[in-house]
Design a protein around this ligand. Structure first.
Ligand code: FES
Length: 164
């Protein structure tokens, strides 16, 4: 009876020691990782906080949530007729070449992959080397771009434009 009791005590004790050792190791790893990632994450949130209020991401965020899962890009009213709007964070350009006719293209320039930056005179323009694409069909109208901007599928419903 006494022998059994002692053996059980031994097992328990060894288990406790092993657990303590593991916990100690875990704590050491956490402390180490926390220390190194602490410095990099310190700049991350600062960056995000700095850009969110001023940039377009602030406007697309709330509309995503309001739509309840639909990938809403914009309201149709926000896309100028005969022009368009660039959603750089989504890498999509939405245009309205004619009244109530909406089109979408990739915003990634086919030349060297810059994001197109402006729309004027019926053209989507890349700032890097001056490629220009038609807002009507994405075709190349100028510059070194080797091929048209690929079309993106969109859905227009209830005054909202979402990625299909
Ligand atoms: S990357 Fe757009 S013109 Fe060169």
């Amino acid at each position: 009876m006494t022998g059994t009791h002692t053996a059980a005590g031994g097992v328990t004790r060894r288990t406790v020691v092993a657990a303590a050792g593991t916990a100690g190791l875990g704590a050491a790893l956490v402390a180490c990782g926390g220390g190194s990632s602490g410095s990099s994450s310190a700049s991350g949130p600062a960056d995000a906080g700095g850009s969110a209020p001023g940039s377009g991401s602030g406007s697309s965020g709330p509309s995503d949530k309001a739509s309840g899962g639909d990938d809403v890009l914009s309201k149709t009213a926000d896309i100028p007729e005969g022009g368009g709007k660039i959603f750089a964070d989504r890498k999509v350009v939405v245009t309205q070449p004619k009244a109530n006719e909406f089109k979408a293209f990739s915003a990634v320039c086919t030349h060297q992959g810059c994001t197109v930056a402006s729309i004027s005179d019926g053209l989507i323009k890349c700032p890097c080397h001056g490629s220009e694409y038609s807002i009507a069909d994405g075709s190349v109208k100028g510059g070194p771009a080797p091929s048209p901007l690929p079309p993106e599928q969109i859905k227009v419903s209830g005054g909202s434009i979402s990625l299909a």
